[in-house]
Design a protein around this ligand. Structure first.
Ligand code: SAM
Length: 375
């Protein structure tokens, strides 16, 4: 912990691809068998960075664990064979929040490079179906590679160079019950990437061992200190970062992103059999998060079809402490109690939460049957 109590350590998060192996098999494999479980990530960092520790956060993040970032993962057989996937914990939240049952049909509306697509495939299993929609052909090529590497080809149908908003009646994906929406955003929650050679981190090992916060050569604020300890990502994920907007957080830019994000969600609300829709961004701007939630809830289609924000008590991330900002929901046409319920239903992750970046996710649910359409 730093003097002001913020955690500055970013571990490397690993999602076990349960289509290929279990968490237990992964941890007992030669690569991880010598690792010792710790109860907190700070233990991993401050006690002794050269020892092998792992941190499972199973109650919140099933099949996901963290290791110290100095450990090489990308050259391992587990990684090369797609048994483990490098994916920040933040990025795992939408599929966990959507919680599609085994055997269900899901649409991933903005899919490339496919981290969430393959996560969804693992959740619905061989008896389920995932339609992965990607507008950009080049990114869809990467998506297909990721799906193949994860062994999810039999579960996922890739809709290449397809705009999600063009999926309408008559398309097989139109009958999906669950939709995950992770559209383009400003990327303001993303941590900067650095060369992961521990020797280049300006982090004296003796400091880490003695439990002291690292001394930086240059004075930096908390946010950029967090950036310098960012999690490296594999090539495909790097592509995803390139896709997110250029960091221009001007009012106009945020407004246009927010208009696009609203359009994507409203289209999902029109799917006749949809029961749950998650919306997520790797942005920390309320314009792309709570403001978008307020706008879609105020829409005619949300009111007609009974779309609401899932209450905190009902969602799988109910124990996560950081929730939506009620102060940013002033445009929501609702009383103060409902505004608070909506804010509590949203999940926020700050850049300093050690989950691999700032993030926002919310799950919309349909509360009533409209003419027998809901299955
Ligand atoms: N969910 C991805 C993952 O976890 O790997 C990252 C998604 S990235 C933030 C947003 C993606 O949505 C981009 O690949 C972009 O090309 C795609 N996209 C944007 N608008 C779209 C649309 N209207 N229909 C389909 N895909 C779209």
């Amino acid at each position: 912990k730093t003097a002001n109590g913020l955690t500055t350590f970013n571990p490397r998060w690993i999602r076990v691809n349960t289509l290929k192996m279990t968490l237990e098999e992964s941890l007992s494999s030669p690569m991880f068998s010598a690792f010792e479980e710790v109860s907190g990530m700070s233990d991993m960092f401050f006690f002794d960075i050269v020892r092998k520790y792992y941190y499972p956060k199973a109650e919140l993040l099933p099949n996901i664990f963290a290791i110290h970032p100095s450990h090489d993962v990308t050259s391992s057989e587990l990684y090369k064979s797609g048994k483990i996937i490098l994916q920040s914990a933040s990025s795992c939240l939408p599929a966990i929040m959507l919680d599609p049952p085994m055997g269900s049909t899901v649409v991933d509306g903005c899919a490339a490079p496919g981290n969430k697509t393959t996560h969804l495939a693992a959740l619905v299993g061989d008896s389920g179906k995932v339609f992965a929609v990607e507008r950009d052909r080049r990114r869809a090529d990467i998506l297909e590679k990721m799906i193949a590497k994860a062994g999810a080809e039999n579960i996922v149908t890739t809709l290449k160079a397809t705009d999600f908003t063009t999926i309408t009646e008559g398309h097989p994906a139109w009958q999906a019950s669950y939709l995950l929406l992770d559209p383009s955003c400003s990327g303001s929650g993303i941590l900067q990437r650095v060369d992961w050679d521990i020797s280049k981190l300006n982090l004296p090992i003796s400091d880490a061992r003695s439990g002291q916060p690292s001394r930086r050569k240059r004075k930096r604020d908390e946010a950029s200190q967090q950036d310098s300890l960012a999690q490296p990502e594999d090539q495909e994920s790097q592509q995803a970062a390139e896709e997110v907007e250029d960091g221009d957080a001007s009012k106009e830019r945020l407004q246009s992103l927010s208009d696009f994000q609203v359009a994507i969600i409203l289209h999902a609300f029109s799917f006749p059999r949809a029961k749950r829709v998650t919306y997520s961004t790797c942005s920390i701007h309320a314009e792309e998060n709570e403001h978008v939630v307020a706008r879609v809830l105020n829409s005619e289609i949300a009111k007609e079809r009974g779309w609401e924000v899932q209450s905190r008590k009902d969602n799988p991330l109910s124990t996560w402490h950081r929730r939506g900002l009620v102060s940013e929901l002033s445009n929501l046409e609702a009383g103060s109690e409902e505004r608070q319920r909506v804010a509590d239903g949203c999940v926020r992750v700050n850049r300093t939460d050690s989950l691999g970046g700032g993030f926002f996710v919310v799950c919309f649910v349909r509360q009533f049957d409209d003419g027998g359409q809901l299955g």
